[in-house]
Design a binder for this molecule. Structure first.
Ligand code: ATP
Length: 391
């Protein structure tokens, strides 16, 4: 290479290096700009984070995720609003989630309290202690429940052989304190089934916005613990006849009921899960839940008759130290309109009279005094069944 050629080559190389230098400089500028932007973002997030930590947020339930935002319902006042979700958490919001919203309803965080709500809304007993022998005065109802609930669990092959499906769900209806819950527990005890209870009224009052999810959980829980008896108390709270009013509260109750119906419809009738529901307000029930395949066996649990009251008195004084002079027939005649629960309190009250009088034996007079006290305390509505309605 001649010196001229070498000079030319060096020049070309210099030009190339200058271009690369310019390119790198502009890249450096861009990176500096980006760094400034990111620093701003960090500042902003830190401020948001600080705000989140210091300001209180409201709890709401995400009802629906739409293209325009998320519909949330605030707990407490049931107000529904369409709100925005920050890009950070948009993918993690699903209908039914509990979320925290700020003053302007923007969703700040998604809460995960499913297990909490589950545990709080259901009462699970591996083996309830109640037996049929603890239930008095409703022998016919006990027989019916055994046939409709116990037999399909204990002897499913009978139904297979005859080729019929046992009743899907059993609805017990009648005044408060007559032994409906006891009946359900006694079946669970007899069949070694897990007893899972959910109260309709709590679903509606305490777990607003979560009703349908909790119903789903209830069935899931039962499937995990087969054999199981699902007992839904106060079913009228979630299955009231449709009213004209279209408030959001009603819509929520409707959704809970629809979830219950769809769980029941998709149910294996001969499976190891039995469903019992109870209500004091038969007149209020939506007839949709009584259709075949749903609560298709209705059992009325009435107030005990005189004979029934005598049996219940005997049951509730079994563990008491009672005097020989006690005339249960006489007491049964004097307790017209008393439910099983009322008789239980009567027995306790009589025991209190004995203690007050320094005795460890309860006499007939103690019962008479207890009766008088209860009548006096409660002269307006003597028994708990006052004010209840059913068909
Ligand atoms: P509610 O509709 O208010 O839920 P319920 O019909 O489910 O009432 P239970 O909870 O079964 O009533 O009964 C309450 C208590 O009353 C029982 O713990 C029991 O002590 C007593 N009791 C009610 N009925 C009977 C009965 N038939 N025999 C014996 N005890 C009874």
């Amino acid at each position: 290479m001649t010196p001229d050629e070498r000079l030319e080559a060096l020049r070309e190389h210099f030009v190339k290096l200058s271009t690369v230098h310019r390119e790198l400089e502009s890249q450096l500028d861009a990176a500096r700009g980006r760094q400034a932007d990111l620093t701003d973002d960090v500042d902003q997030l830190e401020r948001e984070n600080e705000m989140l930590k210091t300001s209180s947020l409201y709890i709401a339930t995400a009802e629906e995720v739409t293209e325009d935002g998320v519909i949330v319902k605030q707990h407490g006042n049931n107000q529904e609003v369409l709100t925005d979700v920050s890009a950070r958490i948009v993918d993690s919001v699903a209908p039914g989630d509990r979320v925290a919203v700020n003053d302007s309803f923007a969703i700040q965080t998604v809460l995960n309290t499913e297990t909490d709500a589950r545990a709080q809304s259901m009462e699970i007993t591996e083996k309830p202690e109640v037996t049929y022998a603890d239930i008095g005065g409703i022998d016919e109802q006990v027989r019916e429940v055994r046939e409709a609930v116990e037999q399909p669990l204990a002897e499913p092959e009978l139904f297979d052989e005859v080729g019929i499906d046992p009743p899907s769900g059993v609805l017990l209806y009648g005044p408060p304190g007559t032994g409906k819950t006891m009946l359900a527990k006694a079946v669970a005890n007899e069949t070694d089934a897990t007893f899972i209870k959910m109260a309709g009224s709590e679903l509606v009052r305490k777990f607003i916005g979560e009703g349908s999810r909790l119903v789903r959980d209830l069935f899931e829980m039962a499937r995990e613990r087969e054999p199981a008896i699902i007992f839904i108390d106060e079913i009228d709270a979630i299955a009231t006849r449709r009213t004209e009013s279209k408030t959001s509260g009603d819509a929520e109750v409707q959704r809970t009921m629809m979830q219950l119906l769809s769980e029941m419809d998709g149910f294996e009738a001969r499976g190891e899960i039995r469903i019992i529901a109870a209500t004091n307000r038969f007149d209020m029930l939506d007839r949709a839940i009584l259709r075949p395949g749903r609560f298709d066996r209705l059992i009325e649990v009435p107030e005990p008759s005189e004979e029934g009251r005598e049996q219940i008195l005997a049951i509730h004084t079994r563990g008491m130290n009672v005097a020989d002079d006690i005339d249960f027939a006489d007491l049964a005649a004097d307790t017209d309109g008393y439910s099983g629960a009322d008789i239980e309190s009567l027995a306790t009250e009589a025991g209190m009279f004995a203690i007050r009088n320094d005795r460890n034996e309860v006499t007939h007079q103690d019962f008479a005094d207890a009766l008088e006290k209860i009548e006096k305390d409660d002269s307006s509505d003597v028994v708990s069944s006052a004010g209840y309605f059913y068909q």
